[in-house]
Design a protein around this ligand. Sequence first.
Ligand code: IPM
Ligand code: MG
Length: 398
Amino acid sequence: MSSADAATSQQHFAALIQEQLQRVERMKQDTEWMDYATLNPIIIGVIGGDGIGPFIAAESQRVLEFMLKDEVASGKVEIRVIEGLTIENRAAVGKAIPDDVLEEIKKCHVTLKGPTTTPRKGDPWPNVESANVAMRKELELFANVRPVKVPSEGLDWMFFRENTEGAYALGSNGVNVSDDLAIDFTVTTTPGSERLIRLAFEYAAKNNIPKVTLVTKANVVKTTDGKFLDIGYRIAKEYPNIECDDWYIDIMTAKLIDPKRRTQFRVMALPNLYGDILTDEAAEFQGGVGTAGSANIGKRFAMFEAIHGSAPRMVDEGRAQYADPASMIRAAGMLVRHIGFENRADKMEKALDICGQLEKKVVLTGRDNGATGKDYADYIMATIQNPELEAKWHGFQK
Ligand code: IPM
Ligand code: MG
């Protein structure tokens, strides 16, 4: 919205409130979880995206096909490539996700998505909303689940980032009230917070993790973060065996680099923007965002992706084949777990830990003095098949 005035801005705000109230009602109706065991076939969409996306997506698809060979052969799993989620197409139709592409995405039960370019001010592209953000909202992918693990240092973190609300809910709907006054909005809803925080507690309960940490800035952002925090402690009462504590985002960011403290964090639940920032910081311990995958979970759909962007510079400089596919292969592992193949997902994760943090026999530098993404995917698959996989990984635990 360009420069408005006070009256138009008030109308704009009134319309946003109505939309959000309707969204709350929709969330309350949405109670059923998809049961993958009943699906035949399970349809997996692979979306290339922009920049290095198609390169790392192709390697991840190879690993996925390797892991699900039998199911693909028997027809139990179908893997489909979805074209067209590119910045060129999105710019041409002026939409975060072109309608025909969204329709194809909705025909899949789960998707594995390469990074997509998010236009920002000054780019040659029109300022369309981020495809990631749009997809999370369109498919109600309310939980962004981001693991970070460094077994040799005893780090084992699982972040549950709220994925449809907070500063992102209306991130493209702020108001320039006048030349001197700009206002953005941040949104917290009861059903939106409950579903995310409950998922974090369920994860902790299922994995015997004794603590969930809530991260907010409720001392300053009192209304929305305050609500998230209250809901967190209310839900904690349903899980008497799990301790619940809370930290403010500033000190949390600091404590993540405190070697004495950081191993004590296990499961974190946090609003959207804090989750965005903290998970990039966290991924750095594991080797950077290039190694980190994430699951975007909703009740009906789920989408799996790297946590980083499309690195257009690597493509411009002719280096795309040297991009690290580990992030997206990790995401593929989370997909495999989500649709019910836990043992295979364990193997994928262990192989990624061994290849990236322990053995490092194939090293990517992002340039031609290092390995290619294809070499790396081959290395991962060879490690998965290696009978010594378990032994190697156990030797690596702290
Ligand atoms: C992420 C990314 C996105 C986000 C961008 C690309 C919009 O940083 O997935 O963390 O902010 O959520
Ligand atoms: Mg981010």
